[in-house]
Design a protein around this ligand. Sequence first.
Ligand code: ATP
Length: 270
Amino acid sequence: SRVRVMELDESPEVTFEYVGGLSGEIEEIREAVEYPLTMPEVFERIGVEPPKGILLHGPPGTGKTLLAKAVAHNAKATFIRMSGSELVHKYIGEGAQMVRELFSLARDRAPSIVFIDEIDAIGTTRTNDGTSGSAEVQRTLMQLLAEMDGFDNRGDVRIMAATNRVDMLDAALLRPGRFDRIIEIPVPDIIAREEILKIHTRKMNLSPDVNLAEISVLTEGLTGAQIQAVCREAGMFAVRKSAFEVTNQDLLDAINKVTGEEHDSEERMF
Ligand code: ATP
């Protein structure tokens, strides 16, 4: 049952070619995570300490997990993902032990990259419910801080985390020697959206009338995950018609479907 909370992947298949936009962010992540693993002697020679922990923050579905997997691929490192929220909600009473196991696994499988998704679940400033869960969450956080403090920056285990609530994070996590490199992962701009559209239609048979530049204008405000959903839905429209290719109209209909569904679910909440 512990397999679910920790996902392990020896050198993931994902590469930076699958990431649309974010070229500046990719370079920053490579410098902080990949190069310390692949050329530690350069850091040594120059006498510079790589950052201890790298925190990616930004809206859900903007590619944080994708980036962490791609950097693990490049570094030929084992990728070990743990979800902060699953840890807190499914493993009540076991959080601190799970954190210990996570780091021990990372050391065994080095070179490795530990990726803690939704870290805000174990490290928020205040617990708004004040329930008994909070003491347990506090213990889990303490264990995480202890593991990070006991770590050598130059070792072959790199630590990454992601959150979409950076404003809520416990200040203890952001101190020097903890998550001391913070990289914002924004929603894609128009150029990035066109790249993401190309990535997710790469294997599709597209009609010559498809105009991805137009589609990238019309997907303003959507995240990478939502653009991926648009491409998938467009493909499904073509499948339902038993067509031979995906048309521009399929993509337009898919935008309406994906953005419409979100309006619906927002309305249902009230
Ligand atoms: P969450 O905070 O919800 O975990 P996230 O930022 O980690 O989100 P991902 O899980 O990396 O987002 O993104 C989900 C999927 O959306 C990816 O597997 C990918 O297919 C697609 N995607 C997101 N961003 C991009 C991007 N910049 N380029 C290409 N695909 C993207």
